[in-house]
Design a protein. Structure first.
Length: 248
């Protein structure tokens, strides 16, 4: 049975990575009830599923308001997606550019399927807002991370379920350095440190190596993007600090 719609509720697509954790904080700042959903689709970096619950617990401890607003977590198995996907995120194969011009880490239909299941869950839970970490700036060429794709999915979900959903992508127009900065803006240094220490982005699922930007192999595209973003954030922060000192 579908619950009555709560216009001040949100469902966050929460993988346990940097982007989705920042999106979770973004939602906790805005909505009175925030639930999370994660997807197990046979990904090589399944360690991201293991860090989700500890991150939820630690992020709720950063603020009494966030703790009160954080609701249920849901985990959905999508084994079929992994079975039909011949990609470097679901198979032991090299992460490189494919002949079609897209990286082999692109899982066709993944975000479309995620949003469809999130919409069905939001329908049942009476949730109006769906929050996801897709980013057109740093999206590695994935066509299902584009703004137009998200807008089309919002329309499709509304038409297909005869209910008004609002899809939010807080990171859509910013780069990874700005994502680091946004975490500080939302939760100060405690949230920034949580992002670095607890979240997982490495495509190979490596949590044995610690860097100043977090854990990971350091070589896969996800690690390179995160490392580059951290260094750019650090450089921008230094410039801003210098400008502030000079203006005194």
């Amino acid at each position: 049975m579908a619950a009555s719609v709560d216009s001040n509720s949100a469902l966050v697509l929460f993988s346990g990575g940097q982007d989705s954790t920042v999106c979770l904080a973004w939602a906790l700042e805005r909505y009175s009830r925030v639930e999370t959903v994660g997807f197990d689709y046979g990904q090589r970096h399944a360690v991201e599923l293991e860090v989700r619950l500890p991150i939820r617990e630690k992020i709720s401890a950063l603020s009494p308001e966030w703790k009160a607003r954080l609701g249920d977590d849901h985990r959905i198995r999508l084994d079929a997606l992994g079975e039909i996907s011949q990609t470097s995120l679901t198979r032991e194969m090299a992460i490189e550019m494919g002949e079609n011009g897209l990286p082999t880490s692109f899982v066709p239909g993944r975000n479309l399927i995620f949003l469809a299941f999130a919409g069905a869950l939001a329908y049942r839970r009476g949730i109006q807002h769906i929050v996801a970490g897709m980013c057109e700036t740093d999206y590695s060429g994935y066509p299902d991370c584009r703004h137009d794709t998200i807008q089309a999915m919002q329309l499709a979900l509304g038409l297909g379920m005869d209910r008004h959903f609002e899809l939010h992508t807080p990171l859509m127009g910013i780069d990874k350095a700005d994502t680091f900065a946004l975490s500080q803006k939302l939760g100060g240094q405690p949230l920034f440190d949580l992002i670095v220490e607890e979240t997982h982005s490495c495509y190979l699922g490596d949590r044995s190596r610690k860097h100043d930007w977090g854990y990971g192999c350091g070589a896969c595209p996800a690690c390179q993007l995160r490392a580059k973003g951290y260094q750019e954030w650090k450089a921008r922060a230094a410039v801003q600090k210098g400008t502030a000192v000079a203006s005194r």
